[in-house]
Design a binder for this molecule. Structure first.
Ligand code: SF4
Ligand code: SF4
Length: 110
């Protein structure tokens, strides 16, 4: 029979394996993105769900959420949120691109 300690050890090993894989994928993704002071983040509004993740990771206060009317006629929600990047404070660090769950943010030339 599997002992509790064995099970915990296996779980820890599996967690480490998954974390390692996710970190490698992220590192590859980040390396493939352009960034730096010559670039600026851009939000594709149609893909933004207003989840606020990008504003949390942006250390430069370069992203704001604004109210936007919901386009769907079947949902009765007064206000929907969308993100907007402020060009001047954006340093091109790419953190928001990696944080966005819907791939709504891209890096463009400044
Ligand atoms: S690229 Fe960096 S500084 Fe620019 S909006 Fe995204 S998180 Fe903020
Ligand atoms: S993280 Fe992406 S989906 Fe969420 S508010 Fe920012 S741009 Fe929109």
């Amino acid at each position: 029979m599997t002992e509790l300690a064995d099970l915990q050890n296996r779980r820890l090993a599996e967690q480490e394996r998954i974390r390692y894989l996710l970190n490698s994928v992220r590192a590859e993704e980040e390396a493939s993105l352009k960034g730096g002071l010559d670039t600026v983040a851009w939000v594709k509004e149609e893909q933004c769900i207003g989840c606020d993740q990008c504003t949390i990771v942006c250390d430069d206060d370069a992203i704001e959420l604004f109210d936007s009317p919901l386009l769907s006629p079947i949902l009765n929600i007064d206000v929907n949120k969308k993100a907007k990047v402020l060009r001047d404070p954006c340093t091109g660090c790419k953190l928001c691109v990696l944080a966005c769950p819907t791939d709504a943010i891209i890096m463009i030339d400044r």
